[in-house]
Structure formats: C-alpha cells, structure tokens
Design a protein around this ligand. Structure first.
Ligand code: ATP
Ligand code: MG
Length: 333
C-alpha cells in the first residue's frame, strides 16, 4: 500500500513561482510514489474572501489548470474541492471541541497573518480557527506527508498536536502527518518582502506572459546599497540573484553574474535582463501546456467532480472510524 500525501492551495488567484518551488514541484515528483490528494481549499479562501465569494469559481478552475500545466497527472492524483466534502466541516467541528483558543492565538503562522491584516480584536472565528480546519483536511485523508512551504510548518505542528490529542482521547484512529518542505521553503517576493504571496501583490505567476515577466523583473527590488554600475553588490540578499540561482539552469552564467555583481562590474539592468530570459525559458513549457486547457472548462470541471467524489468516499470512510471511536455513531445504519 502506498503512503498518502495531502496538500492544497487556497483558490485566491493563480499560482506563482513560490507555490512551484515551495510545494508544487514536490507534488509532481512524488505523484507516482505516493497516493496523492490535492485539496482546493475554498472554505479556507473564505477566511479572507468572505466578502467576494464570486471569484472562487473561476479561481478554482485557474488553480486546477496551473496544476495540470506543471505536470500533475489527474489520472493518478485526486484533486478535490473542500466545500464539496461536508465531512471535512464535521471533523473540524469535533476537533474544535478540544482545541484551545490559546493554542490558536499562539500559532505563529496565523499570528503573523493576522498582524499583517491588522485584525486586532476583530479577528474572525473562522480565520483564528483555520489551523483546525487544515488539521481536519489532513487527518480525514489519512495523509502521512504534507508538502508545504515553510510558512505552513506551525500549522502542520498544530495538526500533529490535534491528532495526538484525538488519539489519546478516543483511541489510535488518525495518522500523525509530517511536513515536507520543497526545494525552497520560502521564496522572496519581487518587492523584496520575505514571501511571494498572492495577497501581497508581489508575485510572478506561472501563467504570466513573457512581456509581463519582463516588466515585473524590470521593476524588481534590488540591493539598495548598489546604486551605480560600479558599486559592489550583495547578490546573496538580492531577489534578482536569488531567483537566478533557482530558475536559471545555466549554472555557469549564474556564478559569473554573481562574481561580477560582487566586484561591481555588473549593473542591475543587465542582471535583470538575464533573469527575465531565464524565467521565460523556465515558464514557457508551463504556459504552452496551459493553453491546452484554457478553452475547456468542462474538462477541468469533470476532473474536479471525479476527484471530489473519490475524496468524499475516502473522507466518509475515515469519519465512520472517527464517529465509532468517539462513540457517536448511534442511530446510523
Ligand atoms: P494567499 O496570499 O492567498 O494566502 P499564498 O500565496 O500564501 O496565497 P497559499 O494558497 O496560502 O498561497 O499557499 C499554498 C502553498 O504554497 C502552501 O504550502 C504555502 O506554504 C506554499 N507557498 C505559498 N507561497 C510560497 C512562497 N513564497 N514560497 C514557498 N512556498 C510558498
Ligand atoms: Mg497563504
């Protein structure tokens, strides 16, 4: 029996380079080795988008197209929509009964996100509690491994605590999962902020056209101490070099450029031009693949319906064990 992977994304927009290096490339690599489930977390998207739910439908389709264009094979990977599996909400509720508010307030991920969004005392119940919902997502699919970016580590840790607590209370029913961090745990944004993120508006999307990539790279934040061509740079702290080191497959060029920046022989404009070429080379096959799906939303919907049905069956199986362990399986057939 293959071990399981559960991972997912919030359908709050198209996927970007950060998703690719943080989690998506691992999902592609491991799709044949593990039984893989990808959950499109539309309920979790509502934690910040409850006032504009009309975008979710299209964003679910966009995210699915991004998966397929990066090489996720829908014949082996099960792609499900969170809100269409009501068992997830049921398990979230059971977990909520023994998860303390203090532990949720302490969670470094939600704490940082709430500060960024300036929620203060007006934090929503659903936002504060989203680690509980994520724990239910992972546990219901009986996943062993969760490929995520570094920002998600505290959430996986909280999932492990919740699962341990459940198992201590009711018996060993659920699996304690492990996080798997991608090749780059946290990709910096084009504006130099610590994380590329959809909601921070500092992303290069996997579906951006070559001219958009060129424009975004031209406007990228660079080492602020390097103002003139001859100034010595600090490439290891500069997003342009960081991206080049990840996405430029010509290691020789990356090393030469780094040396030339360190000694002040290379200006940022030339460096950015090289990066734009490298990124476009990296993204071109993904864009080409995406074209195949762009005109066929029915094909995407069919994949989602099929995946969600299978996901729901699996969730149903786990819930039978959960209810039995909790001794609340009364009056059922
Ligand atoms: P939002 O701003 O709407 O929260 P996001 O860009 O943070 O969007 P998510 O859908 O929250 O994206 O994250 C999906 C997965 O991608 C998570 O595993 C997350 O850790 C990973 N991820 C997102 N951004 C990055 C990044 N910049 N570097 C590495 N991994 C990332
Ligand atoms: Mg996020």
């Amino acid at each position: 029996m293959k071990k399981r992977i559960l991972t997912g994304d919030r359908p709050t927009g198209k996927l970007h380079l950060g998703h690719f290096v943080g989690s998506l490339s691992e999902r592609v690599k491991l799709q044949h080795k593990y039984e893989e489930f990808i959950l499109i977390a539309d309920i979790q998207a509502l934690t910040t988008n409850f006032n504009n739910p009309e975008n979710l439908r299209q964003d679910i389709i966009e995210v699915t197209m991004d998966y397929l264009s990066c090489g996720i094979d829908p014949e082996v990977v099960t792609i499900c929509v969170q809100s269409m599996i009501p068992e997830l909400s049921e398990l979230t509720m059971y977990f909520s009964m023994f998860t303390t508010v203090a532990s949720l307030r302490r969670n470094p991920t939600t704490k940082a996100e709430a500060e960024e969004k300036r929620y203060g005392q007006n934090i929503m119940h659903g936002f504060l509690g989203y680690p509980v919902s994520q724990a239910a997502d992972i546990a219901i699919f009986r996943a062993h491994l969760v490929p995520v970016g570094e920002d998600q580590l505290p959430i996986i840790e909280q999932t492990r605590e919740i699962v341990r607590k459940f198992n201590n209370l009711y018996g060993s029913v659920l699996i304690e999962p492990k996080a798997l961090i991608g090749e780059v745990g946290r990709l910096i944004g084009i504006d130099g902020q610590t994380k590329m993120s959809k909601s921070l508006g500092n992303a290069i999307y996997l579906s951006d056209s070559s001219s958009v990539v060129e424009r975004k790279v031209r406007g990228m934040f660079t080492d602020p101490t390097k103002i003139h061509l001859g100034d010595k740079g600090h490439p290891d702290n500069c997003p342009v070099h960081i991206y080049a080191a990840i996405f430029n497959d010509d290691r020789g060029v990356v090393e030469e450029t780094r040396e030339a920046c360190l000694t002040g022989k290379l200006g940022c404009v030339t460096c950015k031009k090289k990066l734009a070429v490298a990124l476009n080379k990296f993204l071109e096959p993904i864009r080409e693949e995406r074209k195949k799906y762009e005109g066929c939303p029915e094909f995407i919907t069919e994949i989602l319906l099929r995946g969600t049905k299978k996901g729901r069956d699996e969730a149903g199986k786990t819930m039978k064990h959960v209810r039995k362990a909790m001794k609340i399986d009364y009056f059922r057939q």
